[in-house]
Design a protein around this ligand. Sequence first.
Ligand code: NI
Length: 383
Amino acid sequence: MAASPKVVGVRLATSEYGDTYYDGKAETSWYDVTTGDVRDVADLFVPDVAGTLMPRIVEAAEQDPRVVKEELFAQLDGDLEAFDSVAFTTDGRLWVEFDRQQISDNPEPIGVAIDPSGLLSAFGQAAQAAAMTPSDPQIAPAQTETATEEPPATQTDEPQSSPSRTPRATSRPLPSGSVDCRTAKCVALTFDDGPVQQTADLLDVFAAKGVRATFFVVGKNVKAHPELIKRMVAEGHVVGNHTYDHPQLTRLSEAAIRKELQTTNALVADASGVTPDLLRPPYGATNSGVASVAAGLGMSQIVWSVDPLDWKDRNSATVTSRVLAAAKPGAIILSHDIHATTRAAYAGIVDALQAKGYVLVTVPELLGGRYEPGKKYSQRSSS
Ligand code: NI
């Protein structure tokens, strides 16, 4: 799943996987090209890593309500051998996966992504770098496969009024004045979970600085603040759908997923006159069922390539430095406008990005209008 001149990581899985949830048992082996050796998981880390690594895994796993705590602690006995599947996400986080029912009663396997700072050996850092190299077509098949996966051709349970059953033309019309990201150095700022009343402060900042962003709104908050949705659209921002009440969609039936999306689309349309065609699944959790429902509603799935973890570290300076360190042309940056520390960070972030020559655009502009229903996008593709 990752390759560089120094290291090759191989994921052995019994069936296909997405970048968040894997179906079936998976193991990862790491192959060191310089020595010809197969390395085990422990070689990815600095010596005596368990004391630092385990608390980070516990903290991340505890965010997942499916995890049974007692089983998690039993598994995390301090022995790295418990982890037979460890990999890196394309944004460089460490991905630790537990097999089906290893730490929960849930039928799906569960993985957690953690910040590996300070944990990696030189070999681990080479493996991480390999996973993060987007120019190598062999890298990160999870992203590529999911993004190119076709939705089922027929969906017998679609309502007849469904606006788009067949993929639309590959390029959608963009508003006049849109930036051409084939030549400009673009990044897309995206904000989840709002709007809240104070989202207006962020809109003031963006209006003053000539920035357009994409807001993935939660339906129940749209209901509370329809005037903010109207203002977003009037000021050139794009409003996407982040479900009605933020469930993990992979745990819902397709009918329930559809209801989450349609309810929010209707609220946004009522408020602004525009029906969202972008979905951000909560927690980035998606699967073929989510893709199929999204496709039926004419919606593309938008995840991200930069995650400053602003929900976790409520510190404007930390958020700012993470965004600026990770931003690169074509990036989709994830943040949450519900946090005061995040809102406070963005005036400075915008100034700094613009000073580096970045143009801040909406997700449709970033993708050049080329996004298809059901498919998943985490950044502008380099081609
Ligand atoms: Ni969210």
